[in-house]
Design a protein around this ligand. Structure first.
Ligand code: UDP
Length: 315
């Protein structure tokens, strides 16, 4: 492919866990990639291997401020946001700002560049769900003033703003609702259940299960998620699409699986359940299957092995 013909994609949050894997995928597919990140939760190590690549550029920038990049943009993937519960509890105002002002700025940029815009929404828009598994037509059960509300409402606003730009300005938009995802490049200290339990198990500390561990999650390996997002971007679907792995497990069972994988001496201890912690979560992926021909390929045993191997060097 001639360099002039390469399409350019801007990825906000490009040095984060998901953002950096998306950078890799788009580079591998022959795109020019611009990663943008203010590095408050992103990690430059995640994109270090791309530095020096002629098709890759990094811009350190906070997208809640006026945002501009020179040259043409074909696609924008808006992934900037603190994304783990302890990050957004520590950074509540930044989380609200990036979902609200950040999304507005990036939608404005997309409109100016006539770029297709895809935003990273979340299963958190369903809150503590009253229907199970969650389908895209469910409006959710969110506590707007709870601790988690800063993330949930920021993402709900992001979806509303995206649909408004689509309807009012005719902008090409896509919305992916991302369920729990794991894999290499998660931060050991981001507080999410997998890095927390794996870190504890690898260092012989007690493994902390919150509540009685009967709450469920459904964990998707990062390469599957990235593939779903890639397909959604190139599809014609403008309504939200769930991307996640429907293999549901209780947190206690998950902790036991990790214990077994690592063959740790660490014992499981129970800690209080955080406020508004969803009791169940499982994506209905009928839409992704039918519209995108997508479904996850990596099972938990395989994904856990790769992820645990990644963390072995980090503890
Ligand atoms: N959790 C846990 N121990 C930990 C961290 C989290 O039992 O050390 C639980 C948490 O209460 C939740 C689930 O694991 O029920 C998933 O939490 P995570 O922070 O990974 O993401 P969430 O799905 O809640 O956004």
């Amino acid at each position: 492919m001639n360099i002039q013909q390469k399409k350019t994609v801007l990825i906000t949050g490009g040095s984060g866990f998901l953002g950096s894997h998306l950078c890799d995928r788009f580079i591998a597919e022959g795109y020019k990639v611009i990663a943008m990140d203010n590095l408050i939760t992103g990690n430059p190590d995640n994109i270090a291997h791309l530095m020096g690549n002629d098709n890759f550029r990094f811009i350190k920038h906070d997208v809640t401020e006026f945002t501009w990049v020179t040259g043409e943009l074909d696609y924008i993937l808006h992934f900037a946001s603190p994304a783990s519960p302890i990050d957004y509890l520590k950074l509540p105002i930044q989380t609200l700002k990036v979902g609200a002002m950040g999304t507005h700025k990036i939608l404005g940029l997309a409109k100016e560049k006539k770029a297709r815009f895809l935003c990273a929404s979340t299963s958190e828009v369903y809150g503590d769900p009253l229907i199970h598994p969650q389908t895209e037509d469910y409006w959710g059960n969110v506590n707007p003033i709870g601790f988690r509300g800063v993330y949930d409402e920021a993402k709900r606003f992001m979806e509303a703003m995206t649909m408004a730009y689509h309807r009012y300005h005719g902008l090409e938009t896509r919305i992916v609702r991302i369920f729990n995802t794991y894999g290499p490049r998660m931060r050991l200290n981001d507080g999410r259940v997998l890095p927390a339990l794996v870190g504890q198990a690898l260092t012989g500390q007690p493994m902390t299960v919150f509540g009685d561990g009967s709450q469920t999650r459904s964990f998707c390996y990062v390469s599957d998620l990235v593939d779903g997002i890639y397909r959604l971007l190139l599809s014609n679907e403008t309504q939200p699409v769930n991307i996640g792995n429907p293999a549901e497990i209780t947190i206690l069972e998950f902790a036991k699986e990790i214990q077994k994988h690592i063959q740790t001496e660490s014992e499981i201890v129970f800690k209080p359940l955080p406020e508004d912690d969803p009791k169940v979560r499982q994506p209905d992926i009928t839409k992704a299957r039918e519209l995108l021909g997508w479904e996850p390929k990596v099972n938990r045993a395989e994904g856990l092995k790769t992820t645990i191997d990644f963390f072995r060097d980090k503890v």
